[in-house]
Design a protein around this ligand. Sequence first.
Ligand code: HEC
Length: 157
Amino acid sequence: MHKTVQMRPALLILASVALAGLMALAGIADDVAAMSAGEQKSAAPQASPNPFAGDRAAITEGADLFGRNCQQCHSTGGIGGKCPQLIYGAWGPGGANSDELMFRIISEGRANTQMGAFKDALSQDEIWKIITYLRYEAQRYEQRKKAEDEEDDSLRR
Ligand code: HEC
């Protein structure tokens, strides 16, 4: 009797260590499952599912496709005007809006807005190329902004 009472805390610690271990393992299993499912479920911007990410030729083709399909509303280089801009803030590289989300919006459109669905007009590859181009414009925007900020700083000195 006396013995079991003393054993309990040790058993509890052992049990919780085992539980933590199991939970960690389950977490890893989830990650592996998400990875093999093409990262479709992950909301965080991780490795892009875009098969053309950073591809120079895709940037050029994407620019052409953007010019013919999107520019009339989203303006040159996606800087926006009457319609939302697509290159800074949440749309920037590593921003809150993942490539998957962008793909879905372009493919399905936004209900009850001027943003139509492009899944019939454009192939999946074409949509990815447009995204590749917009990510490139986003980088250029970042660089421009950085240069401007540095110039401001030097003027203030
Ligand atoms: C006829 C005008 C029009 C055309 C053409 C158009 N869009 Fe849009 N787009 C819009 C409008 C308006 C919205 C905002 C919809 C809303 O209120 O949620 C939008 C939203 C978006 C968004 C979501 C932006 C955000 O901040 O929520 C993306 C991404 C986008 N468009 C990409 C494209 C791409 C890529 C093309 C070309 C393949 C394109 N759009 C063509 C009008 C257009």
